[in-house]
Design a protein around this ligand. Sequence first.
Ligand code: 3H9
Length: 694
Amino acid sequence: MSDTISFHVHGAIAEAVVDNPPVNATSASVRQGLAEAIRKVEADPQLSALVIRCVGKTFIAGADIKEFGKPMADPQLPALLELMDHATKPIVAAVHGTVLGGGFEVALACHYRIALGDTKFGFPEVKLGIVPGAGGTQRTPRLAGLETTIKLTTEGGQIDAAKALADSLIDRIADSGDLAAAALAYAQQLVDEGKGPRSAGALPMPADDPALFEEARKALSRKMRGQSAPLRILDAIRLGYELDFDAALMRELDLCRESIAGPQSKALRHMFAAERDVARVPDLPADTATRPVERVGVIGLGAMGRGIVMAMASAGMPVIAVGLDDGHVAAAMKAIGKMWSSSVAKGSLTQGAMDKRLALIATSDDPRDLGAANLVIEAVTENLNVKKAVFATLGQVTQPGTILASNTSFLNIDALADASGRPEDVCGMHFFNPAHIMRLLENVRAAKTDPEVVATIMALGKRIGKLSVLSGVCDGFIVNRMLSKRSREAFFLVEEGASPAAIDKILLSYGFPMGPFALGDLAGLDVQAAARLARAANATERELRADFVEQMVADGRTGQKTGSGWYSYDENRKASPNPQTDAMIAAHAERHGLTLRDIGEDEIRERLLYAMVNEGAKLLDEGIAPRPQEIDVAMVNGLGWPNYTGGPMFWADQIGLDKVLATIERFRAQQGDAYWTPAPLLVKHAKAGRGFYA
Ligand code: 3H9
């Protein structure tokens, strides 16, 4: 057998056991070993059935992503599954953990399936920009029908064993935790009952339902805008109505291969690896001790503080929520209760789960109560002096060793660390609004932060279901610092003649969920004006002159909440063009003697996006971002940079840094050194013909 498959015989039942850590992917040796096991059972008259199971935490979790893009050794997965289809003795899949992608396809090609009760099933290929390639789109509809198939394969979510059983995707759930024994007994029973092999491919396709496909196509074009895989997967399912089973399998494999070779899958696979890379901080040894965190304190219960309290309690973490005074605390708890109640009303949360979460939250208006927390997150108003005073108090009222984290989005954490008197315990934990929903957590290491503190907040992020990215201290950390360059260019472009709606449209068609102006209206122009004011001391004259946001705020137009900002909004917050905006821009140009010009789409897109790429390169130069991975993961998950481009740094690499640099030099000649001096790292890589990812 191969080095990842062991073969065992129990009377008339053979067992092929996969052991290919970490997730038992179908690497070449697994495919070879399973093929050999099938042939062995077929050839041995003493053997009547084969069980395939896995050791470790999961059944096969998919094809081996690391093999993609390289020549694949035989047998390929579809060829292995064809062997199963033609086997003359029953093959039983005994599954546990996460049965995903190619692993699910292996299980579906087996003739019978038994699962542990907590097993999860899914086709995550779509998240990698891939069409399932080993029968997923053909066997699933024949067993489970169209609705389950379309949902599973195009959305990439998971179902549990009970749903899989109800949909005939498995045959039974093991009634004990001993899956190996249950599977052998099941195989023996099948043999005793004279049950032979069966192939899902022999079943007919379910009745066609063109309206269901049409509905799915429309919904996916909206929900997964810009992504090619979801629609190709629908095409693949339809092959079942156009071709016979074997021909449909061959065409499905072609679609799978084409999708793997495409740029979106390359970018999405990069994101998959990058998300795992960022969990490992380069200069933090893997065995760095973490501090125990059993209770988290949150001080400051505005929108961010509340969201953080909700994020913690939703993850089962006891929280002490501290507000300014009684009224402030009561208002926060009322707002939290209202948000969870609306989830209960929508059916996405049970009343029982909501009660449990509420029971985890203790409230107080006295910071001394934070003495019982192992980690305190400060989320008071974004003002350095106010925050310094809070850190001085926290340094006094908490135990030595208690981690003190600031949720500031741009203030200097080193200054807060000094104010606390315990700088080694201080760090940043920058959540994104709404904190209980957004997956990104920018953890910030300050000059004196203890490595244990870094290890603890990275682990805590994972524990509460966040994607943690480590940043150093600078104005805005990774996401807001890069975003501030986009905002600068967006305002300059408006001053030069581009309309906010045209700019938004260009970023929307690039793949962002919304453009900078729609985002400003959503977040509140007053918030943006306050951030501009806080940074005014370092702003250039031209940046100060582009004061559209301040003009609108002075006019009482703060965005969606007032029904007017860059756009006008109706009572359902539906946007329409705002004549006041056009008038403001025209008057601004006249006041400052600006000449407006026609600006092409390419220039608009490149100025907005290359400004961020260049700033990303500076973050790398300065060591604020440890690697390009941190930037790509942060920008995709914090700003909505489309994941299927791979994030700014990966995307720039695909264009070629020499080309990016040449364009930046052109902008420098047009706009000036202050804005477009290329980052030294960008110049270095471009000259050497390299990318950010060497
Ligand atoms: C496919 O199957 C195509 C077929 O239809 C067509 C064939 C023709 N391959 O996530 P974790 C590594 S496409 C290789 O931190 P968790 C991962 O990189 C595939 N490696 O653990 C990491 O390594 P490292 C469809 C893989 O417990 C380590 O395992 N399948 C693969 O939080 C631990 O991963 C998928 O897309 C893989 N397929 O979650 C499944 N998967 O430590 C994707 C993981 O060196 N995987 N690794 O960074 C997952 O969703 C999660 O990894 C899983 C475990 C839920 C399995």
